[in-house]
Every structure is written in C-alpha cells, then in structure tokens.
Design a binder for this molecule. Structure first.
Ligand code: AMP
Length: 213
C-alpha cells in the first residue's frame, strides 16, 4: 500500500507512521527525520537545509524533490510522513514513476492541542523515540538515554510552524478529498486511542487492496 500521513506538526504522524509501517511491513519515509539525520551527520545536504529546519520553514522543493525521488525509487509499499507539504510537492509526488497513492490519512488535531503537545515533546537522541515531558519524564523509556527537546520545538518556533502548516499544507486536505483518497482519523486522545482508530482504517484499506488484486 502507498500512504501519505497529513496533519499539523504534533499530530502524532511520526509515531503513528512508524507503528503502521512496522505492523503492515511498509517502508517509513519521514522527510523531517531524513533532513535531521543529514544535519546531524554534517553532510552537504544537511548544511544546505539546516537554517530552514531549525526555524521551521519549508525546505525548497528543488532540494527536497530529488531526495524524495531517490528514497521512493523501487518502493512498492510506503508510508510518507511529512511529505507532501505543498501543492507543488503533491503534484511532484503524483508524477513519480510507480507512485499511486491508496490513501491520504489526515490526522486532525486542533491548534491549541498542537501547541500544548509540541511544548512538552521530547525526543530520544539515541533511538528516536518520542515522549512527553508530562508523562515520560527526562529519560527514554525504550533505551534509557536522556530525552532532548527538538530545536524546532522551542515556543517561538511552534506557532510559526503551525502558520506554515495552515498556509501551505492544510489546503492539501481539500486537494486529496477532491481526488477521493482522503481518510480522516481524529487525533485527540491518548496515543493508543488514536492508533486504534488508525489501525481500523488501515485494516479496511488493506482488505480493499487485497480484494482489488
Ligand atoms: P517534521 O519532522 O516533519 O516536523 O519536519 C521538520 C522540518 O523539516 C520542517 O519544519 C521543515 O523545515 C523540514 N521539512 C520536512 N518535510 C518537509 C517538506 N515536505 N517540505 C519542506 N520542508 C520539509
């Protein structure tokens, strides 16, 4: 299956996409994770995109398009998380050879909830797990390393990332609805509650994909 996860920053897309990919055997492609890894390794690409990522601005498609095309080449089943974020990117994706999206999963979370979640989000620099300062404390439950705050989860950046989302990415909801591929999953509640809703949707899509083959 070929899926896109759409939704504001802090909707839980990364956690949900990783869980979906593990359960159903899809490749998980997160453009944010790819870019952060390039920055951490100090590559040429990392140097080029650093200023955008740290301040929450969109990396230009001229840079990102080639990265996405290379990573998707030959992948039959994937979950794309964080891409596309603009109409231009959506059109680019649709033109890539072998790409035919089965569904775009829109994880819906209101702005105030996004701001609250991102303000307390912590990430594990060792294993990539995502936690909350509220419920998970200072150390990663998965591997025991100390949690850190993502550079772009600072209060001054959170609101501007939400504005970037509203202006550029939210219009893709209607774009994909019109294309007949949008599926909505309410993102409120605990991680397990949201996962249960998403998993039910994925099971329906999976059954339909098997019927069609
Ligand atoms: P994320 O982890 O998805 O929140 O992405 C972190 C940052 O990476 C974003 O704020 C952007 O600076 C950059 N980024 C990730 N995906 C894209 C994309 N599809 N288009 C442009 N920039 C992106």
């Amino acid at each position: 299956m070929q899926l896109v996860f759409l939704g504001p920053p802090g909707a839980g897309k990364g956690t949900l996409a990783a869980r979906a990919a593990a359960k159903y055997g899809f490749a998980h492609l997160s453009t944010g994770d790819i870019l952060r890894a390039e920055i951490n390794r100090g590559t040429e690409l990392g140097e080029k995109v650093k200023g955008y990522v740290v301040t929450g601005r969109l990396v230009p498609q001229e840079i990102l398009g080639a990265v996405v095309a290379a990573r998707l080449a030959g992948e039959k089943s994937f979950v794309l998380d964080g891409y596309p974020r603009t109409r231009e990117q959506a059109e680019f994706l649709a033109m890539l050879p072998g790409v035919k999206l089965d569904a775009v999963i829109y994880v819906d979370v209101p702005e105030e909830e996004v701001v609250r979640r991102l303000g307390t989000r912590r990430v594990c620099p060792a294993c990539g797990a995502v936690g909350s300062a509220h419920s998970d404390g200072d150390t990663c439950g998965a591997c025991g390393a100390g949690f850190v705050t993502r550079d772009d989860d600072r209060p001054e950046t959170i609101r501007s990332r939400y504005r970037v989302y509203s202006a550029n990415t939210a219009p893709l909801i209607d774009y994909y609805r019109a294309a007949g591929v949008l599926r909505e999953v309410a993102g409120a509640g605990t991680k397990d509650e949201v996962w249960a809703r998403l998993d039910a949707e994925l099971a329906r899509l999976d059954a339909r994909a098997h019927d069609n083959h």
